[in-house]
Design a binder for this molecule. Structure first.
Ligand SMILES: N[C@@H](CCC[C@H](N)C(=O)O)C(=O)O
Length: 263
């Protein structure tokens, strides 16, 4: 069976987009198909898959997000900007745009050449710990719809090669966790690395950058509305925690290829 795909990225967090408006092409999207598409040697290669399906009520679109290992996540911050770019460029949708996700409806709008996503209200859920190769750090548990642990480190290299998921408390994160390691670069400016649940170390994580901005703003005692620059290995995201308790994230969203595949 051959079916259409597109390839895109946001700060080099890369995705295969699968158009499936009526939900008839991919069924429940088997995990083996996701893994085959995301395989960087034998497939197209990506950190995740964004299946584009019309929302159940026929109004708008739903982003069915899958990690490269085939697992489901509630939300993907870089993915939703790429998804909005696809809907604008290939499905005739206009900005501002509402997109359904497992974490509810998100609103996307233009910001010059980039896109801004209203990521909703963060949940700060307390202190926890993470460790890599026997070295441990305090971390803040932040939910952006999906789970994050944010650890401030002295140097981003302290986290090592991140070939395995950092150890974490399974009682706190029964479904796994995305772990961000953060250093300060200047006033309202940080840099991070991430190990993503279901994908390994990636070049960026949008929800992770939001969690990092929340943790940093709390550590700084910064007033709401303070804009944070978050550098990731694949570029830069800008995150603001607004007066009305919402997280706005701005960054690039690029489509680089389209074609047919029978993977
Ligand atoms: N890369 C994404 C997050 C994707 C989901 C994550 N790996 C999870 O399992 O929660 C982002 O940009 O937010």
């Amino acid at each position: 069976m051959s079916y259409p795909f597109l390839k895109g990225h946001g700060t080099e967090n890369d995705f295969v987009v699968l158009p499936d408006p009526d939900g008839t092409v991919h069924g429940d999207l088997p995990a083996e198909r996701v893994r085959a598409l995301c395989d960087r040697r034998a497939g197209i290669g990506a950190d995740g898959v964004l299946r584009a399906v019309r929302a159940g009520d026929g109004d708008g679109w739903f982003m069915d997000y899958r990690n490269s290992d085939g697992s489901v996540s509630e939300m993907c911050g870089n993915g939703i900007r790429v998804f909005a770019r696809y809907l604008h460029d290939h499905q005739g949708e206009s900005f501002p745009m509402r997109i359904g996700t497992r974490d509810g409806v998100k609103v996307l709008d233009r910001a010059g050449q980039e896109l801004t996503a209203d990521m909703g209200t963060p949940q700060v859920l307390g202190e926890t710990k993470v460790s890599v190769d026997g070295r441990g750090w305090a971390a803040l548990h932040v939910s952006m719809g999906n789970p994050h642990a944010v650890a401030f480190v002295d140097d981003l290299d302290d986290a090592g090669h991140l070939l395995e998921a950092p150890e974490h408390d399974p009682a706190v994160y029964p479904d796994g966790v995305n772990v961000e390691f953060v250093v300060r670069r200047g006033e309202h400016h940080v840099a991070m690395r991430v190990h993503e649940r279901g994908a390994g170390e990636t070049r960026s994580c949008g929800t992770g950058a939001c969690a990092v901005a929340v943790a940093t703003a709390l550590a700084d005692g910064a007033p709401r509305g303070t804009a944070y620059r978050v550098d990731v290995p694949g570029g830069t995201l800008h995150v603001t925690w607004t007066d009305d308790d919402r997280i706005l994230m701005t960054g690039p969203a690029v489509l680089v290829a389209q074609g047919q595949t029978d993977l």
